[in-house]
Write a protein that binds this ligand. Structure first.
Ligand code: DHB
Ligand code: FE
Length: 295
């Protein structure tokens, strides 16, 4: 059976990818961020998964605003790198795992999560930057296959944080029931606090971010209890991307150990972070959510 071996939460700021692509990681501006990644990258390089399930959002690059799926999974053999207006990033195409995609969609639909199927998908910085955080020098190909799981964080009404945690729990069950002996890593991407436009552009809320970084490990149900309005208010209109970390957290279950984390301000206009968790006991599903949660 498939095994979840670790989970990575990471910001997906496009300029983090650009800093790697254009050789700027040693510049004074970027060095502290990349130094913060180093211990996690070393550990992940020693614990390679066969497949990464990457929870991310498209930023109106591959999916325009005519159709906005709340939750979707890419089914392809291959996902091209999206052109976001500056030409495609010079990184390898992303190779899929259609049998795992199909299995996850079936199990999640059976578990009452009605997943949109994306048979043709280009992947934007929301997915490729986390891959670069995991593997800075992929060479001709990334070191694992990828199943993209997309969450609408762009357009109101975004799914609730509580729904995202529950989706993660169902995702964990679905991955672990895949009848092949493969190792799987789960990525939760986006965040931390940021707002890119409007009167509050540039918003950073370090207190909220630090709280979230701690509780994503120790008390995810309290994060699931926050409403979407509280996420937007506290973390910014784009900081609500943090609900995608809860999908990853739900999939991991409660038998986990924090390997490393790092928090850095600013990366562009954004608070950036990484948190890496090893799954130490895959037999411990997430504690059931308390009934007092807001939905
Ligand atoms: C930016 C874009 C993002 O999608 C994000 O999550 C953070 C920052 C940006 O354009 O700076
Ligand atoms: Fe984003």
């Amino acid at each position: 059976m498939a095994e979840i071996i670790w989970g990575l939460a990471t910001s997906h700021v496009p300029s983090i990818g650009a800093a790697m692509d254009y050789g700027k990681t040693e510049d004074a501006y970027w060095k502290p961020l990349f130094e913060g990644y180093a211990p996690a990258r070393e550990w992940m390089a020693e614990h390679r998964p066969d497949v990464a399930v990457i929870i991310y959002n498209d930023h109106a690059n591959a999916i325009d605003l005519d159709v906005v799926p709340t939750f979707a999974i890419g089914t392809g053999e291959r996902f091209e790198v999206a052109d976001e207006g500056w030409g495609r990033r010079q990184v390898p195409p992303v190779i899929g795992h259609p049998p795992l995609s199909e299995h996850l969609i079936t199990r999640l639909v059976d578990d009452e999560f009605d997943i949109t199927m994306l048979h043709d998908l280009d992947v934007d910085h929301g997915l490729t930057v986390p891959l670069s955080v995991y593997c800075p020098q992929p060479g001709a190909s990334w070191p694992c296959r990828v199943v993209p799981l997309l969450v609408n964080v762009i357009q109101y009404p975004q799914p609730t944080a509580a729904r995202c945690l529950k989706l993660g729990e169902a995702l964990g069950r679905a991955i672990r029931s895949f009848p092949r002996d493969i190792k799987v890593a789960v990525f939760g991407t986006g965040g931390m606090s940021h707002q890119l436009a409007g009167a509050r552009a540039g918003l950073i809320n370090t207190r909220f971010d630090r709280m979230f970084l701690e509780k994503i490990e120790t008390d995810p149900t309290s994060l699931a209890a926050l409403s979407r309005e509280q996420y937007v208010d506290q973390a910014g209109s784009e900081g609500i991307e943090l609900i995608m970390w809860l999908v990853m957290r739900g999939a991991l279950g409660d038998g986990l150990t924090r390997i490393h984390d790092t928090y850095h301000v600013p990366a562009s206009n954004t608070a950036a972070a990484l948190a890496l968790f090893a799954v130490t006991d895959s037999g411990t599903p997430s504690a059931p959510m308390r009934s007092t949660l807001r939905r």
